[in-house]
Ligand binder design. Structure first.
Ligand code: COA
Length: 518
């Protein structure tokens, strides 16, 4: 039975029904699963657990660790109240809502760091690791599917491993993975990766067969990603970035074959990468954590030569295309654990050019990628911090406004800082590009306001800086007004000064807001 998928003969007797296996999961357990940005996630057992909770109405809530966001399992399990703690990333609206209500504790973490926490025993006992696999080797090695995530460290540290063999994952996925697991600290050796496509580990996750307590079979495909198509704004951002990089090469500040690109998640970054299809750059390389549709478009077009990633996060049509043409990517694409795909030391050594999206940026270059109005979690920092701090060039992109122009994405002071001014080299909106390198805070404010801001907000921002500078300081602010725009949005549903009432009104609202018992 499934000789090609379960090559260790003794393990074939451990194939169990998903209903039997879900019965092993109890309230309060720590469950660590495969899955990274909706790909390669363990789907069957947790969904069966959700069905059980729904049927029995029992109070079973687990601590759920993963690589990053799961597909619809995050939603289904959260809907049944089955999660009390989630780490390290999510992007699911229902789960997000439960987190923002305070029903689920959420730790939003640099994605390269989770493995270190697990390795050092932060979470105590991991009751089960549940890993989606293409196949299991003769020695018990687990061949992942479309992502690697944190699966290697989960397998190493869990008491028991459940493998979900996904029969819809082509066997040709074997050979894409390169599993290198750093040793414990402090006597760890340097990671021997010097080129994007170097193979430094094994093509499977090592696992002793005794640890595999059950194998379940599934056929469910990854939840498709839903990135929006490129539009005039993202096209403009891509053009600014390409022009800027060409300029940097001309000035000798970047090599002719520019460093590997890291492209963050989201519609904007996907569209920006797509724009590289029409660029003077060729033989591009990606050293990234997620390959969205645009990455494969560029591989197909021959623009990208080699790619290292942690996952494939694809639309339905692109997934079908990629999985049915795996042969053409086999020696060009490597899937790694996230502590390697995002490793700060490697990112710095390779000279990665990172391009990530921001929710809002401020006049001094601080970036908020995660918290709407400083309080409500959107997705999480993901790998953006791993890359931004260590990249040779750290670029952030955002539209100049959100919500039909009611929100300016360039504000006096961001309401939450994911990427401080020190980690941000260049910011791009559809209006222009601001190169912040080597500029003092006051110079940065001028660069940002001149090039990035929507006209509806420009005059007021200039006026704010003028008054702030009159108060002095290295990074001038009028602290009592720094978040007025956000208060205005909360109160009037629009940040624009045209609709905002007298300032005293805003201030009064702000003081009420502060009095609310949180
Ligand atoms: N205030 C409030 N909402 C804002 C906003 C702002 N300043 N800017 C954008 N938004 C809203 C948009 O209106 C949109 O809302 P909708 O879903 O209701 O339509 C949503 O945020 C997403 O914005 P969009 O412009 O479509 O961008 P995106 O899909 O490219 O996502 C991030 C942008 C920042 C949310 C996303 O890139 C992210 O989660 N980043 C953090 C993780 C990361 O960077 N990982 C990188 C390594 S993979």
């Amino acid at each position: 039975m499934f000789e090609d998928r379960i090559r260790n003969v003794s393990l074939r007797s451990r194939v169990l029904s998903v209903d039997e296996v879900q019965g092993w999961i109890h309230d309060g357990m720590t469950i660590a699963v495969s899955g990274f940005t909706k790909s390669g996630d363990a789907k069957a057992v947790l969904k069966a657990l959700s069905r059980r909770i729904s049927k029995t109405n029992e109070n079973t809530r687990i601590r759920l660790l993963s690589g990053a966001s799961l597909g619809d399992t995050d939603k289904i399990l959260a809907e049944k109240g089955g999660i009390f703690f989630r780490l390290p990333f999510q992007s699911e609206p229902f789960l997000r809502d439960r987190i923002n209500r305070g029903d689920i504790e959420y730790v939003d973490q640099h994605l390269s760091e989770t493995a270190e926490w697990v390795r050092s025993g932060w979470f105590g006992k991991i009751d089960f690791a549940i890993i989606e696999a293409t196949a299991i080797t003769e020695d018990g090695g687990i061949i992942p599917t479309t992502s690697v995530g944190n699966s290697p460290i989960f397998v190493e540290k869990a008491d028991k491993v459940i493998v979900e063999i996904n029969l819809s994952a082509p066997l040709d996925l074997e050979g894409f993975h390169d599993i290198y697991v750093p040793a414990a600290r402090p006597h760890r050796k340097p990671i021997p990766l010097v080129n994007v496509a170097d193979r430094i580990g094994t093509p499977y996750i090592p696992c002793s067969p005794e640890k595999i307590v059950a194998i379940v079979l599934s056929t469910e495909e990854d939840t498709p990603s839903t990135v929006s198509a490129a539009d005039p704004d993202t096209h403009a951002m891509a053009e600014f970035i390409k022009e800027f990089l060409v300029h940097e090469v001309r000035r000798g500040r970047l090599p002719r074959h520019i460093g590997p690109l890291q492209i963050g998640i989201g519609s904007v970054t996907n569209a920006v990468l797509s724009g590289f299809g029409n660029s003077p750059f060729d033989r591009l390389e990606l050293y990234t954590e997620v390959m969205q549709d645009a990455a494969f478009e560029l591989l197909d077009a021959g623009k990208v030569q080699l790619a290292s990633s942690c996952s494939f996060t694809l639309s339905r049509s692109m997934r079908e295309h990629v999985l049915s043409h795996l042969g053409q990517y086999q020696n060009r694409v490597v899937l790694r654990p996230q502590e390697i795909s995002n490793h700060p030391e490697i990112v710095r050594r390779l000279g990665v050019i990172s391009i990530n999206a921001a929710l809002e940026v401020d006049i001094y270059g601080n970036v908020n990628s995660t918290h709407v109005f400083g309080t409500r979690m959107m997705n999480g920092i993901g790998g953006s911090g791993d890359f931004a701090r260590n990249a040779a060039l750290s670029i952030f992109v955002t539209r100049s406004t959100a919500k039909d122009g009611k929100i300016s994405s360039i504000v006096p002071f961001v309401t939450h800082v994911d990427h401080p001014e020190h980690d941000v080299d260049v910011i791009v909106t559809e209006r222009g590009i601001a190169d912040l390198r080597g500029l003092s805070p006051r110079q940065r404010a001028r660069e940002i306001i001149s090039h990035l801001v929507h006209p509806d907000y420009k005059d007021e921002l200039i006026e704010y800086v003028r008054r702030a500078e009159s108060l002095g300081g290295h990074t001038p602010h009028v602290l009592s007004e720094a978040w007025d725009w956000h208060f205005r949005m909360l109160k009037y549903g629009d940040m624009r000064s045209l609709v905002h009432a007298a300032r005293s009104d805003v201030l009064e609202f702000a003081s009420q807001y502060r009095r609310e018992p949180f």
